[in-house]
Design a protein around this ligand. Structure first.
Ligand SMILES: Nc1ncnc2c1ncn2[C@@H]1O[C@H](COP(=O)(O)OP(=O)(O)OP(=O)(O)O)[C@@H](O)[C@H]1O
Ligand SMILES: [Mg+2]
Length: 373
């Protein structure tokens, strides 16, 4: 599947643009603050329903307007998918796929797949546990619709359980009702942990080779899921559930004082090791960036394995930060995939990509000023 055409109306700093993309490689060149990331973001929004910059929907609407529209045409052999998203300030957005409104906006996720590598991707390595969980949640929701369902359920139960703890301590509710909520939390939570462990195993499988190549054989990358339930990574679901239950029972008093659920996947973390050392504290900036790149490229392979087609790869302003070996590896890697690259400078890029079939767009102040094919 690839993006054939993008139409944007009153979206971010674009008034009205139409762009036809190349099936393989597309490069958007422009100075700072011209709209390059905004354009990439619009593709991401059409696939995931929200921004990778975690902006609210209203932020996507042009400041001078009350409405915005993103219309993106995807092509897969003879099949065309037209994703049409209409935003109205302070309202819920409306999403149509091939002319039909979705009943629930969450149905959008998984129709098309995108993978993004941006300067913020380094947060997969050095971000807070909450940023790492958010990364896992976005990726897994795209791949597994059931994961998104479980996560929504889990978050609701968590909120209700926290409210219940508050009521118990205020003596407005009896503690006898808690075990029912514990079981819901344990069941959904354990499923979520299961999906995350599987996903990290797959990333490890693909990234082993990628990272070895990218680092010239000098580095080994390991991803470890750190659950606050303890060492559960190799356990059966039944055993995880028992540990989860024991933790909730033995920490009941502490939870009451804190009025909050202290165990479960909403608090878990991923530790990333480079050559057996925690990369958050010991790796150089370049090592962290390379590790993030290996993980993102592994995602591309996971999507291919699961969906039998490659995702669309969005590379936001990252090539300039990689050394020549890494650049070359990346350029080889994207051979089979539709890739959209943004950059402030074209001299280096054009030279690197001189033999590739591509389209280059020059972008200025929310307008396409020139196209080179
Ligand atoms: N809702 C909005 N309405 C109008 N303009 C907006 C809106 N949101 C962001 N902008 C503006 O869009 C401009 C372009 O932003 P964008 O992030 O796409 O820049 P860029 O070309 O990627 O720049 P850089 O090279 O610095 O990354 C910015 O000046 C930003 O202030
Ligand atoms: Mg940008």
């Amino acid at each position: 599947m690839y993006v054939k055409k993008i139409n944007l109306n009153h979206y971010r700093n674009f008034e009205n643009i139409q762009v036809e993309l190349n099936q393989k490689l597309n490069i958007f060149i422009g100075n700072n603050a011209q709209g390059k990331t905004n354009l990439l973001e619009s593709i991401f929004v059409s696939a995931v329903g929200k921004s990778f910059r975690f902006s609210k929907d209203d932020n996507l609407i042009n400041w001078k307007s009350d409405t915005a529209r993103i219309k993106i045409y995807y092509q897969r052999k003879d099949d065309q998918k037209e994703i049409d998203i209409n935003f109205v300030k302070c309202n819920k957005k409306n999403i149509k796929v091939n002319g039909l409104s979705l009943e629930k906006n969450s149905e959008l996720v998984g129709i098309t797949n995108v993978v993004v590598f941006s300067p913020d991707s380094i947060n997969i390595i050095k971000g807070t546990p909450s940023e790492k969980r958010r990364y896992l949640n976005v990726e897994l929701s795209q791949l597994k619709p059931n994961y998104k369902y479980l996560l929504t359920k889990y978050n609701k139960i968590l909120m209700q359980r926290n409210n219940l703890l508050k009521k118990i301590i205020e003596k407005r509710e009896d503690k006898k009702v808690l075990p029912v909520w514990n079981e819901h939390l344990i069941n959904y939570g354990t499923e979520i942990i299961g999906y995350r462990l599987d996903y990290l195993k797959k990333i490890m499988f693909f990234s082993e080779k990628i990272h070895d190549r990218i680092s010239g054989g000098t580095e080994k990358l390991d991803l470890i899921y750190r659950s606050n339930l303890g060492k559960i990574n190799d356990l059966e679901k039944k055993e995880i559930k028992n540990i989860f239950r024991d933790k909730l029972i033995s920490n009941f008093e502490r939870e009451l004082i804190r009025k909050s659920t202290l165990f479960g996947p909403h608090l878990d973390d991923i530790e990333i090791l480079i050559n057996h050392m925690d990369s958050k504290y010991y790796s150089s900036q370049g090592q962290k960036r390379t590790a993030a790149l290996s993980i993102v490229l592994s995602e591309v392979n996971i999507v291919h394995e699961e969906k039998d087609e490659y995702p669309i790869l969005l590379l936001d302003d990252v090539l300039s930060e990689l050394d020549n070996n890494r650049k070359k590896y990346l350029i080889n890697f994207i051979e089979k995939i539709q890739t959209i690259i943004t950059s402030t400078d074209d001299t280096d890029l054009i030279d690197l990509l001189k033999d590739k079939e591509k389209k280059i767009f020059y972008i200025k102040n929310g307008k396409i000023e020139g196209i080179l094919e």
